[in-house]
Ligand binder design. Sequence first.
Ligand SMILES: Cc1cc2nc3c(=O)[nH]c(=O)nc-3n(C[C@H](O)[C@H](O)[C@H](O)COP(=O)(O)OP(=O)(O)OC[C@H]3O[C@@H](n4cnc5c(N)ncnc54)[C@H](O)[C@@H]3O)c2cc1C
Ligand code: SF4
Length: 511
Amino acid sequence: MSPLSYDAIVVGVGAAGSVVTEALSGAGWKVLALDEGPWYNPFRDFSRGPARRMPAGIVSDPDTGFTAGMTKAVGGSMVFYAGVFFRLHESDFQTRSKCGCGVDWPVSYQELAPYYRKVEVFTGASGGNKNIFEVPREPYPNPPHKLSGAAWMFEKGARAAGYHPAPTPSSILSRAYRGRPACTYCNMCGEGCMVGDHGSPLMTFIPEAKKHGADIRPLHKVLTIETDRRGRVSGVVFRDREGNRAKAVSDLVVLTAGAAHNPVILMRSRGPAHPEGLASKSGLLGRNLMLHKGGRYMARFPKPVKGFMGVSGGVNVQDFYEGAPGADFLRGYTLYVSMTPRPPSRFADWYLEDLWGKDLVEAMDSYDRMVRVAVVGEDQARPENRVIPDPDHTDEDGLPLVRISYSESDNERSLFSHAVGTSREICRAGGADDWELFWSENDSAHILGTCRMGDNPKTSVVDRWGACHDVKGLYICDSSVFPTSGAVNPACTVLALAARTADRLIRRKAR
Ligand SMILES: Cc1cc2nc3c(=O)[nH]c(=O)nc-3n(C[C@H](O)[C@H](O)[C@H](O)COP(=O)(O)OP(=O)(O)OC[C@H]3O[C@@H](n4cnc5c(N)ncnc54)[C@H](O)[C@@H]3O)c2cc1C
Ligand code: SF4
């Protein structure tokens, strides 16, 4: 039997892949969308307790211990995500011209703004317009979330310390919107939302793509992207849920398997015209990995603040987003109020493992008095930070896992230490006791930049639209194309970039 033929094949139906699948199928295209992970039904699967997760297939750096996490599932890493939904700042697109570091994006903020708007309206994003560090923008479709006690204390402290706190945008619904209910503030997003207000593609782009007739197949892993004798994309080879190998044919493949997995899929897709794998001519495939290394600061307040009820984000402070006076680091960071983990035993497991006896009891007594502050600092891209096929570990298909090869520089260490200082200053100005915890984590949930976007084929992997410089018919438009990391959570930008590429493909076909 000859393989089935499609107008487009989407590889990885995560954040970006969901947007592309919805847009192309909505334009009447015949779309095959393959994802290695399961397809959860939130209302059935998440109400039964924490979902079983498929391993991410990522191995830590053996020297530094750095690692990164993502979710393999239809809907991708946003399925269990925290909903924080920032746009990048205007300056993020021009760090080389404006600050002499990083590279300029081939896309400006103004070019991306209509797509930011599109995905904010589609998901029903909530937010306010009070952030003086952002360019003026249209109102969010929904108002900001009510502040939790923790966010309120942080806001009070930030004002007292002379900073400019603003409501944090979120893709979680602050009120009923387009047939979906408002958030209940249960803080169970990380276990899977069964209410319907969560902004993951499972509740937004995927149901629409299904209505448009997209052929979405979970538990289908793409092994290679195929090319013809001229080096043009011709389809993909995949392994289905029963373990059978098959081929699907298309002259358009959109690769959206995320910044960890894209390079490794491309490297193993060798053909007569591409003996080293696809998209590898610049020598940059897999390089310039950026991680937004995790960091948290926690402070105790005299009265309960119930920091475990609500949504992550609350309020944020971006006074040092573009840098700090006299600082010995490049660019800057965002601080926002993150949720105290639920249940309390998780708080103890994660943060108090070194405490025993009276100290542990005292710390646990503080559970509902803690304000937890997240640091998202700009990570400067360096070619030596990268993902590679792991030489020592293989998956169930006998293929190498993805190895993170990442080390932190003095720049990131200085930035984090400045951010902890600002967090402490704010919490103390808000009335915190002197009991505090802070730490820097060797992992991240933001994996960015391994297939850099740019105009020059010698210094980038894809062009400004996500088209691969080396391979006709192959597009990449997810977290891997970021030239710089910015200092905010990336999901909103991932969705906007994907919407822009999909729009481009639809317009070109219509011509
Ligand atoms: C726990 C967690 C919390 C987060 N919270 C936030 C937040 O609050 N705000 C924010 O902005 N960002 C957050 N992020 C980050 C954000 O979710 C990601 O940056 C974003 O989802 C990346 O989108 P993507 O499309 O590049 O990849 P993903 O969404 O990760 O999608 C990649 C998809 O490709 C599939 N795939 C991989 N390999 C193959 C293959 N060989 N064949 C077929 N399919 C394949 C995977 O199964 C997955 O579905 C969070 C991430 C995590 C993990
Ligand atoms: S806090 Fe809101 S989005 Fe998160 S799980 Fe609860 S209801 Fe869903």
